[in-house]
Design a protein around this ligand. Structure first.
Ligand SMILES: Nc1ncnc2c1ncn2[C@@H]1O[C@H](COP(=O)(O)OP(=O)(O)OP(=O)(O)O)[C@@H](O)[C@H]1O
Length: 246
């Protein structure tokens, strides 16, 4: 069953075409990766799926809901990661998670979630006093506290140390195993390789390739004996994951 359906999506900002005729579907229980160089249109694309941006053209359906028309209902079933600096400085970690929990009829246990994300000891710490990695983990907790059926995670593990990153990957896999569908935007190719069932490579607003990580490596024809997804990304886009789309 398709949980997310995107068809013919277009979005421009003035003279900049950010998303240019993008179509894909995400199946129930999939971890679907969206990768691409800086400025490729990934965030614009997922913001349209979240209903926080209005597309110029195209159709989007998430669990049968229209992200703009059915925004209130979508919020109950979709979790999205906060983008940088999205909380009041003085709000404490425990308060933030309980507050977000209160928005949902059927949410997760805040204490358990903080435990799983290694934040149990930070419950009384104000947002302004968290390290970058801790704030990042809090943003993941807030995306998951409503026990969403679809989670949109943008730069999931950016800024996390290797241990926290692995812990977060395991958490996302456990969440997926409970039937949650995950849309994951990432610049980090080992993350996409490890977590994603399928990956869309976005380049200059269009899907350059869409396949399993193994399929992308095979089709990119890197000529390397042990090619990785990063090699495939370079071959498909001509750029490194952190380079500008130009
Ligand atoms: N609010 C905006 N107003 C004008 N142009 C914008 C706006 N948001 C994004 N853009 C432009 O649209 C294009 C796509 O941006 P977007 O943020 O969607 O890319 P991205 O793939 O998420 O990039 P990154 O990997 O750097 O986060 C870029 O050229 C960007 O400069």
């Amino acid at each position: 069953m398709a949980v997310v359906e995107v068809e013919g999506l277009r979005k421009r900002y003035g003279g900049t075409v950010a998303v240019d005729d993008v179509s894909f579907t995400v199946e129930h229980g999939e971890i679907f990766g969206i990768v691409g160089p800086n400025g490729a249109g990934k965030t614009t694309l997922v913001e349209c799926v979240e209903g926080v941006r209005r597309p110029d053209a195209g159709r989007i359906s998430v669990l049968g809901l229209d992200p703009l028309r059915d925004r209130a209902r979508l919020r109950q079933v979709m979790g999205a990661q906060l983008q940088g600096g999205g909380l009041p400085d003085k709000l404490r970690v425990g308060e933030a998670v309980s507050l977000y929990r209160s928005f949902y009829a059927d949410g997760a246990d805040p204490g358990r979630l903080l435990d799983e994300l290694g934040l149990a000891g930070k419950r009384d710490t104000a947002f302004e006093d968290l390290s970058g990695g801790q704030a990042q983990r809090l943003s993941i907790a807030l995306a998951l506290v409503g026990r969403p059926r679809v989670a949109v995670l943008d730069e999931l593990t950016t800024g996390l140390d290797p241990r926290a990153r692995r812990g977060t990957w395991e958490l996302i896999e456990r969440i997926r195993d409970t039937g949650v569908t995950v849309l994951l935007v990432t610049h980090f190719m080992p993350e996409a390789e490890r977590l994603c069932d399928r990956v869309a490579v976005i380049d200059r607003g269009r899907i350059a390739a869409l396949d399993t990580p193994g399929g992308l490596v095979a089709r990119a024809g890197t000529g390397l004996e042990r090619a990785t997804l990063e090699d495939a990304f370079l071959a498909l886009t001509g750029r490194a994951p952190e380079e500008e789309a130009g």
